[in-house]
Design a protein around this ligand. Sequence first.
Ligand SMILES: C=C(O[C@H]1C=CC=C(C(=O)O)[C@@H]1O)C(=O)O
Length: 377
Amino acid sequence: MDPTFVLSQRGRSAVGRGIRQRWSSGQDAARALRAGDAGVVVGCLPFDTRQPAALFEPESWDPDAAALPGPGTSATGVPTVRSWNEEPEPHEHVARVARAVELARSGALDKVVLARVLRLDLAEPGDPLELLRRFVADDREGNGYLVRLPTDSALPGGHMIGSSPEVLVRREGLEVSTHPLAGTAARRPEDRNLDREAALALQTSHKDLDEHRYVVDAIEAVLRPLCAELDVPPLPTLAHTERIWHLGTTIRGVLADPTHTALDLAAALHPTPAVCGSPRLAALRHILDTESPRGYYAGAVGWCDASGDGHWRVLLRGGHLAEDGLSLTAHAGGGIVAESDPKAELAETRLKFTPVLTALGVQDLLETVPAPPRPRG
Ligand SMILES: C=C(O[C@H]1C=CC=C(C(=O)O)[C@@H]1O)C(=O)O
């Protein structure tokens, strides 16, 4: 039986097969866990919490399964991209970012994350598991997720598949940790010095440190009252994927009350300013007024067991494979603050589409406009 849920990292995978029961609300799923009516809850939470969640208890569950087998050789099982379109068009994204910069400069909000959509039409149905294997193989930490979506929801069925670098929350016993990311630069893997320079510029960029701080502050505000101990480093460090540098902060804590499950914590933290903004409500309103609905993109993907332990990641760097497998819809966004440069933000969304494009074997699809250099300072 093919998996209905996978969360893989560092050569291990949490794998669910089959579907025993479903929930469209995080609260209902959390209640079922507490009541002992479910042994584990897996799936994803939408970006807009008024939309239905895609949570379920699998029929079989292995939280510590071996790594997935690697992808098939070369193009085996990889569908051909027949056509693609972007929404909004690049010039409109630049205009949207410029408007958000004005809002940030006027004080109407401090930060807002704006995203774009890339719709890829496939000539043959994509195989969800093979696509997942390709995401995992391309990620240096072997990160990957796959969620089978319900067909009877207000959101479309099919699969969410991708490889997220960002931990929303992990809980093991009383220990909680999170690793928010915000602040981004393109890596230069072809040249070690340029790569290092890009990393240093990111680490000293006021704009990126500012963008990052909103996320850490919001997470601290949620976790501090729930924790007996909480360690929040004053400055972020560098994190990286194959092609991207990020600013990241590892926050660790000890829960004061063991009844807060990983699912409760994920729901309390989501949406962080890594995907929404600050203040949260002003940013959320701006996103809902500006973009078409995000669905599960920028939501959360993960699992929580009956002991309350679990692992949730921010649902990024992937896409929605339609029920018929014939289209993949990907999103990519970036945090906008008063100092953001609209053209650099467009380039950043292109960069963040690369895991999806690589999984489909079309890395160069969007490389029609070169990325502008990121200003220092
Ligand atoms: C919103 C996305 O990335 C977030 C995570 C890391 C860095 C981000 C940034 O620098 O803007 C974003 O907050 C995305 O990949 O679509």
